[in-house]
Ligand binder design. Structure first.
Ligand code: SAM
Length: 210
């Protein structure tokens, strides 16, 4: 019987933000795989280091390029496509042998994560799953204590006392109004990041890291 692939999000950096499901899968995996740049260790592995069992098979998937020039006939995209195929072959060999493979991803695997490409290459042939993680966007928002999509005025008051149908769902009209009022707020935020606009945008590095 073939093994299962688990693409597991390990969150933005703080090991306490790893989900219990992710922790259980990492602790019981036959193979733990992760991507890393050639010039530094894997961030995803560092986040989950305490959970990786001693002696487990590790598959390091080293990017052929991160910055700078690439010597590949297909350029950057050609090199990356070939690399993802190679990753799928390496992990596919473990799956053929019946091993469970956990592919670690920073944050959430499907939010700009390399594992989504590897997942897509393997999911038709093998049992494949994705375990979501806390994204860097959520960690940055939490780090600033600032909502990403704040509603204003009536919507804010309504949020505290939302009208409810008997089945518990908000009435359709109320849902529409909240959406409408959140729109201008987001446009205002976008304007504030333009040159000459009020300096309200803030850059967050290493959000959610201990
Ligand atoms: C390839 S994307 C992966 C995003 C990740 N899958 C997620 O859910 O957040 C990597 C980029 O996400 C951003 N990033 C990842 N972790 C971060 C953190 N803890 N704080 C701020 N930015 C982070 C950085 O810009 C980094 O170059």
């Amino acid at each position: 019987m073939t093994g299962s692939l688990w693409c597991v999000g390990v969150g933005p950096g703080d090991p306490e933000l790893i989900t219990r499901k992710a922790a259980r899968l990492i602790e019981t995996a036959d193979v733990v795989a992760y991507h890393r740049a050639g010039h530094r260790p894997s961030t995803a592995r560092a986040i989950a280091a305490d959970l990786i069992p001693d002696g487990v098979v590790e598959e390091e998937l080293v990017y052929p390029v991160t910055t700078g020039e690439i010597d590949h006939p297909g350029g950057y995209h050609g090199a990356m496509a070939a690399f993802y195929l190679e990753c799928a072959e390496r992990l596919g060999a473990h799956l053929e042998a019946g091993r469970s493979v956990v592919l670690l991803a920073e944050g959430d695997p499907l939010f700009f994560g390399s594992s989504m490409y590897v997942h897509d290459l393997l999911a038709e042939r093998f049992d494949a799953h994705v375990v979501p993680g806390v994204t860097s966007v959520s960690a940055a928002s939490a780090g600033l204590s600032t909502g990403l999509c704040l509603a204003r005025g009536r919507a804010h008051r309504a949020a505290r006392h939302p009208p409810r149908h008997r089945d518990g769902a908000p009435p359709r009209r109320h849902r529409r109004r909240r959406h409408h009022e959140a729109g201008p707020h987001l446009r205002e935020r976008a304007r504030s990041t333009r040159p000459g606009g009020p300096a309200r945008a803030r850059l967050v590095r290493r959000a959610g890291e201990p």
